[in-house]
Design a protein around this ligand. Structure first.
Ligand SMILES: *[C@@H]1O[C@H](CO)[C@@H](O)[C@H](O)[C@H]1NC(C)=O
Ligand SMILES: *[C@@H]1O[C@H](CO)[C@@H](O)[C@H](O)[C@H]1NC(C)=O
Ligand SMILES: *[C@@H]1O[C@H](CO)[C@@H](O)[C@H](O)[C@H]1NC(C)=O
Ligand SMILES: *[C@@H]1O[C@H](CO)[C@@H](O)[C@H](O)[C@H]1NC(C)=O
Ligand SMILES: *[C@@H]1O[C@H](CO)[C@@H](O)[C@H](O)[C@H]1NC(C)=O
Ligand SMILES: *[C@@H]1O[C@H](CO)[C@@H](O)[C@H](O)[C@H]1NC(C)=O
Ligand SMILES: *[C@@H]1O[C@H](CO)[C@@H](O)[C@H](O)[C@H]1NC(C)=O
Ligand SMILES: *[C@@H]1O[C@H](CO)[C@@H](O)[C@H](O)[C@H]1NC(C)=O
Ligand SMILES: *[C@@H]1O[C@H](CO)[C@@H](O)[C@H](O)[C@H]1NC(C)=O
Ligand SMILES: *[C@@H]1O[C@H](CO)[C@@H](O)[C@H](O)[C@H]1NC(C)=O
Length: 797
């Protein structure tokens, strides 16, 4: 019955315009676009292969394109005919009769027909046996003609539906129609009116009569229970792959451990926060230091030890990172350093490390550190974060701590703290939006109130506790607390680099931040009202080093400070933040420091400070040092006769300790230059007599009793008030010498008269040697003094 109808169809095709396909050809079918399982095509690609004539729709048949292809038997020669036709009412009727799903009007019709000798192909699939619920788009099978001499491949379009047709002249093969309408999903094709349900995967699909596809499955954050029920992934994981998901928070002195228990650190030591028995080389350490107050310690930096003490990554304030001692510059894109992934954003630095089946995130923003640990349940952990009730002494890291870290300091009482107000602030954690997070806020509230009732609310400290709670909610519950920051103005210290004696904090006005001096460091200066170290002076140059955080405390900007010559300015060391004024060219820069270091903006308070600067900056003798002194006469010789002793005494100055370079009237001696003065006698019997230099002193007048007097040697010993004086060989023989640094009477520029009084001493063992170091017996020498002599030397300039 079918055969005559198709034969008739073949007759009708003769009416169309034919195209002979002699080789692989691309065909334009846009006037009859064919839809194959829901995918519409306007082009077809014909290939002759060694086994088949292939019509593909995505592109030429090949390794990349084998889907959506129709394989026909190999033509006898490469001259298949291609043709396109409009609706053929008779064909429409035939197809509708044979394919009950096709009910709509036929649109158009594509055909390729060719000669095929053929043979019996017993394995040819039969449409009748095809399991229609599981077709694939790949190689849409066609019934292969058996004992046929001519084959027609046809595609017929019925609106959104399509049918392929094979001319099957064999009497045995009756039906050559395949409905290729349907839906696609994830590479599979579905016939119209198909429903698929898989409880194992919770997947269900329908492709309805109108080819509308509907699917359902668990959401991206859900998992399938295997019986068609979806549950949230976190819940699924907690049942089927339980994992540790723990957060430990350290902010200021407070530590909230993995179990939500609070402790606080009061010293300035380094503690082990986390270590893993399964990875003994890995450790997270927290270093505590004081900030504004001497008696309260803050978390200051975090250290990751990776290879025992071998590799240490330090996370510091201002987003600084050091690997061992070398600074590392970080950007938002993650960087791998010794297996640690480091990244930095506006909020802080995060280090991610995977050790022994754990993933550990360490975050630090300069105030708050959080360890977020994920790993298998039941693993042992150690450190303060695991159990904050452990004795601190057990977790102190011996090799990181100086002995002084345990010293407790007292500080003045804070009068400005309003504990009631701070408690109100901390209790914000009980309210929305914080209340929407189910993590217990109590340890955070306690840490917040305890800290803020003993430490001033500076540097946005009160925000740190809220911030830490908000981050914990984010990490453990993926909960974003909407807009909590609008309740408290917070400033962060990212990208500000402070030196070791500083920390980053909030300015009292303006909300900006700067580096503040640590309290213990600053106290040695504040106690002396100093802004820096004493001036370092030598004969030709000098330098003054000021501490920038102290200057800033006083509202001074180092940029505005200069010496007398405005071009002589301070230089701030990038690392230490110490400001150094060097004045190698004294004449140019000027030395009258009080007048010369100044701030441009004069106000009475600044004038007061200038006095402080002056005290530190007084290189008193710098200018004087340029002056040269000369000995008016190279040495003074005095013949002395006293009693039975007849001898000569020489007083001679030298510029070297070996006393080989005498100072003569041409030698210039500068202030502060060391000179050696030798007192030498001749004519005394050294076996019997020693010469003791009893005293030496300087006057600004010729008379040795002049009222302006400066002692170099007193009672046979160097004047302890002048550390430059050294006395050698005094009382040991008939000569001795001493040294001192050249000086000048303050404010007086005239001659200097140096007088020495000597005494002869009858030797009895070492009894003539003055006992100088703290001995009270030196007066006993006096009893054996035989005679004294006075000798003087005049220095002029
Ligand atoms: C199909 O024809 C195209 C164009 O001639 C050719 O590039 C491709 O290799 C052919 N594919 C096969 C499998 O012969
Ligand atoms: C699937 O199993 C879970 C747990 O056994 C059960 O609570 C749920 O009701 C089941 N769902 C269905 C659709 O049977
Ligand atoms: C990590 O987990 C795997 C499989 O869960 C286990 O075989 C292995 O022993 C674990 N490694 C360590 C160091 O715990
Ligand atoms: C924490 O350490 C303390 C003191 O060592 C101990 O008493 C307590 O049981 C520990 N707690 C836990 C949860 O291990
Ligand atoms: C700190 O103050 C307390 C009580 O006022 C006192 O007992 C303690 O000795 C002080 N400590 C130091 C180091 O001054
Ligand atoms: C402390 O703060 C509370 C609440 O803000 C306020 O009522 C009280 O007056 C404040 N006390 C002082 C001494 O400022
Ligand atoms: C966290 O929540 C956001 C938005 O609610 C979501 O896009 C994200 O996938 C969630 N992440 C996890 C790990 O659950
Ligand atoms: C003085 O100090 C400067 C700078 O430290 C140094 O270069 C110079 O050599 C010193 N001069 C003397 C005489 O010690
Ligand atoms: C000095 O005064 C000017 C103008 O009043 C101001 O802009 C500047 O910041 C002041 N400088 C210092 C160091 O205070
Ligand atoms: C001291 O000695 C010198 C020469 O050795 C001699 O000329 C002088 O007279 C002596 N004087 C006395 C008082 O003996």
């Amino acid at each position: 019955m079918l055969r005559p109808l198709l034969y008739l169809v073949a007759l009708i095709t003769l009416a169309g315009a034919k195209q002979t396909l002699t080789a692989s050809t691309e065909l334009d079918i846009s006037s009859c676009p064919i839809t194959i399982y829901g995918q519409r095509y306007e082009q077809a690609f014909v290939n002759y292969t060694s086994q088949n004539l292939v019509i593909c729709f995505k592109g030429f048949y090949g390794s990349g394109t084998k889907d959506d292809c129709i394989l026909g038997p190999l033509p006898d020669s490469k001259n298949a005919e291609f043709d396109q036709f409009q609706r053929i009412p008779l064909l429409e009727t035939i197809v509708q009769y044979n394919v009950p799903t096709i009910k709509t009007r036929m649109d158009c019709y594509l055909s390729i027909s060719y000669q095929h000798k053929g043979g019996y192909v017993s394995s040819a699939p039969s449409l009748d046996n095809r399991v229609m619920s599981e077709p694939t788009a790949n190689n849409i099978p066609l019934p292969v003609c058996i004992f046929c001499s001519q084959t027609t491949l046809a595609l017929i379009k019925f609106g959104p539906l399509s049918v392929t047709v094979t001319n099957t002249p064999s009497s045995r093969q009756t039906r050559g129609y395949l409905d290729i309408s349907g839906c696609r999903h994830s590479g599979a094709v579905y016939k119209p009116a198909t429903e698929v349900n898989s409880p194992e995967t919770c997947f269900s699909l329908t492709c309805d009569e109108d080819l509308v596809l509907k699917t359902s499955s668990c959401g991206p954050m859900d998992r399938c229970l295997g019986n068609g029920s979806c549950i949230p992934a976190a819940l699924y994981d907690s049942i089927f792959n339980p994992k540790l998901d723990l957060v430990c928070t350290v902010t200021g002195p407070a530590l909230i451990d993995f179990h939500g228990l609070l402790t606080s650190v009061r010293d300035r030591c380094t503690y082990s926060l986390l270590s893993l028995p399964s990875a003994p080389d890995f450790q997270v350490l927290a270093n505590f230091q004081e900030r504004h107050r001497k008696d309260v310690s803050f978390l200051d930096s975090v250290t990751l030890r990776l290879d025992g003490p071998g590799v240490q990554i330090h996370l510091k304030q201002g987003g600084r990172v050091q690997v061992n001692d070398a600074p590392l510059s970080l950007s938002t894109s993650a960087q791998m350093v010794h297996g640690v992934e480091l990244s930095k954003d506006l909020t802080g630095v995060t280090a991610r490390v995977s050790v022994s089946n754990f993933t550990i995130y360490v975050f630090f923003d300069g105030y708050t550190m959080q360890i977020h640990l994920q790993g298998p349940v039941g693993s042992a952990l150690h450190g303060l974060c695991e159990n904050s009730s452990r004795s601190l002494a057990d977790l102190r890291v011996p090799e990181s701590n100086p002995d002084s870290c345990l010293i407790q300091y007292n500080d003045t009482e804070e009068s400005m703290i309003n504990c009631t107000k701070m408690t109100e602030h901390c209790n914000l954690l009980k309210k929305e939006p914080f209340a929407s997070c189910d993590i217990n806020p109590e340890p955070y509230i306690t840490a917040c109130t305890t800290t803020l009732c003993s430490y001033p609310d500076r540097d946005a400290l009160k925000c740190q506790f809220l911030e830490a709670y908000a981050r914990t909610c984010k990490l453990q519950r993926n909960a974003t607390l909407v807009d909590w920051r609008s309740k408290a103005k917070c400033s962060f210290c990212q990208d500000r680099t402070c030196s070791d004696h500083e920390f980053c904090g909030e300015k009292s006005v303006g909300g900006d931040n700067r580096c503040f001096c640590r309290a213990i460091f600053a106290s040695k200066y504040r106690d002396q009202n100093a802004l820096g170290d004493p001036t370092v002076c030598n004969q030709t140059s000098g330098s003054l080093t000021l501490v920038n955080c102290l200057l800033e405390d006083e509202g001074l900007d180092y940029i505005a400070l200069h010496l007398k010559d405005p071009t002589c300015r301070g230089h701030m060391d990038e690392e230490t933040h110490l400001v150094t004024f060097s004045f190698s060219d004294i004449n140019r820069c000027g030395t009258e420091v009080m007048n010369t270091i100044s701030n441009h903006n004069s106000s009475s308070s600044i004038i007061t400070r200038k006095d402080q600067v002056f005290i530190d900056f007084s290189c008193v003798y710098m200018k004087e040092a340029m002056k040269a002194f000369k000995v008016r006469s190279s040495s003074i010789i005095k013949v002395s006769t006293s009693g039975v002793w007849n001898y000569t005494l020489t007083m001679k100055a030298y510029t070297d300790a070996a006393r080989t370079r005498p100072v003569d009237s041409n030698t210039e001696v500068r202030l502060d230059e060391k000179i050696w003065v030798e007192l030498k006698t001749e004519g005394l019997d050294g076996d019997l007599i020693s010469v003791v230099t009893e005293s030496c002193w300087a006057t600004n007048q010729e008379s040795e009793t002049g009222s302006l007097r400066y002692d170099l040697i007193k009672n046979g010993c160097a004047n302890p008030a002048d550390p430059t004086v050294t006395v050698e060989g005094n009382g040991e023989g008939t000569s001795s010498y001493f040294s001192f640094n050249m000086f000048q009477f303050s404010g007086k520029s005239g001659n200097i008269y140096l007088h020495c009084k000597l005494q002869l001493c009858i030797k009895q063992g070492n009894s003539c040697i003055p006992k100088c170091n703290g001995a009270r017996t030196r007066r006993s020498i006096r009893s054996r003094y035989e005679a004294s002599a006075l000798i003087s030397m005049v220095w002029t300039n």
